[in-house]
Design a binder for this molecule. Structure first.
Ligand SMILES: *Cc1c(COP(=O)(O)O)cnc(C)c1O
Length: 409
């Protein structure tokens, strides 16, 4: 095993970073060195896939988030024994529900799977004959009402269960659209600001017509309060991604809500065969990993996280600001964004002779690879997935790229 091998490029980089002393002593008692070694990702490199420093965000395509050691341990421990999977699903669901004050909970294979299972639950109401037929919903109530501006790639997950999406744009249209074929109202938390229909309209309409209301809150942690607050507002079902804000296994999600609906979702879920959910298997490792992640998230000091994240962004800003004519702003996004510190770095692209896209590419192509968001308004960095120390590497590399361009200009 050659995890601790240091490539020439990497050594050169660490020398430049003033971190060379850690290279020669990658021992467990050198926390930063051990961390770098651990982050080195040799097994990925052996495949020609380069691991990265994630200053972009909890994007599934960049593998969401990184699990804590406790979650990794919980998964490894779970992997060693046989267990009746249905019993485990039910027991963990009960434990999580109790912890966060929900009527019921279920571990799914990601938030997208939570959408499919919520839809399947609302369409079938657990009727075994209907469960077997999905996604064929002929003769069943199968209409799923969405705000038009909430449509997104992930609504495929509702269609996958046989849901037929009905679009509405105003509270009046919502009221008119509900009929005896309506199975579910489907709200997307992050898009609330986009439409004329807010969460209260949706919840009230569901209550008036006795139709379950689902909220896709996949990436809405933080704020940590959302884990309980969204359900408390009156939604019947809420879905979260396990592998984003909660830092659980990437292939896990959480569906919480009314007991009857979660029971119906469970009947559509694996390991039951002949169900729509059988293709979205959740293993014992993911179930135990997510349980641990929820436990940790529930009792975590979230204020401390915010302070640390702001520190990351401010340190990068200070380093980048050493280059003349670079503007930086540490900010917390408003509606439609995630409430945690971000950093915007912008400059006059013509004057500096470097476009945002070129800088973005240099960051990706360098060693270590660094991912940020390339926007029209500048480069945007998210603090959430940075580990202590990585902000120095990001700041240094950005300063280096910008300084070189500024010198040429
Ligand atoms: C990420 C995301 C999902 C899917 O989450 P997974 O856990 O990757 O399945 C669904 N909906 C929204 C709004 C998301 O941001």
């Amino acid at each position: 095993m050659n995890r601790f091998r240091t490539s020439w490029d990497r050594r050169k980089f660490l020398l430049a970073a003033g971190l060379a002393s850690t290279v020669g002593s990658l021992r467990p008692n050198n926390l930063y060195g051990a961390y770098l070694a651990d982050k080195h990702g040799e097994s990925y490199r052996a495949l020609g896939v380069r691991p990265l420093i994630n200053a972009a965000g909890t994007y599934t395509t960049l593998t969401g988030s990184v699990m804590s050691a406790e979650v990794r341990d919980a998964m490894a421990e779970a992997s060693r024994y046989f267990v009746p999977l249905i019993d485990l699903q039910l027991a963990v669901g009960e434990r999580i529900a109790k912890m966060i004050g929900a009527e019921a909970a279920m571990v799914s294979c990601g938030a997208a799977s939570a959408i499919t299972l919520a839809t399947a639950a609302c369409i079938t109401e657990g009727d075994p004959d209907k469960v077997r037929l999905l996604p064929d919903t002929a003769g069943m109530k199968n209409e799923v009402i969405m705000v038009k501006s909430h449509r997104m790639g992930f609504d495929h997950a509702a269609r996958a269960a046989g849901g037929k999406i009905i679009e509405v744009e105003t509270p009046e249209e919502l009221e008119k659209a509900i009929n005896e074929k309506t199975a579910m109202l489907f709200f997307v938390h992050i898009f609330e600001h986009r439409g004329k229909i807010n969460r209260n309209h949706f919840i009230a309409a569901g209550k008036r017509h006795n139709v379950p209301v689902f909220n896709d809150a996949a990436a809405e942690l933080p704020p940590a309060t959302n884990l309980t607050a969204i359900l408390g507002e009156g939604f019947d079902l809420v879905g979260f991604s396990g592998g984003k804000g909660m830092r659980g296994p990437q292939a896990s999600g959480l569906l919480i809500g009314r007991k009857k609906l979660i029971e119906a979702a469970h009947k559509n879920n694996n390991p039951h065969s002949d169900t729509i959910g059988r293709t979205m298997k959740v293993g014992k490792e993911e179930i135990m990993g997510l349980l641990k992640a929820v436990e940790i998230y529930h009792k975590r000091d979230h204020d401390h996280d915010q302070v640390q994240w702001r520190g990351f962004m401010e340190r990068i800003a200070t380093m980048v600001n050493e280059v003349p004519s670079i503007d930086t702003e540490v900010y917390i996004p408003g509606p439609g964004g995630h409430p945690l510190p971000y950093l915007r770095v912008k400059w006059d692209q013509r004057k500096v002779g470097l476009t945002y896209a070129e800088c973005f590419k240099k960051l990706q192509d360098g060693e270590p690879r660094i991912d940020v968001n390339n926007k029209d308004t500048g480069l945007e960095l998210a603090s959430y997935n940075l580990f202590p120390g990585e902000e120095r590497i990001v700041g240094m590399r950005m300063r280096e790229i910008l300084l070189a361009a500024a010198k040429r200009a």
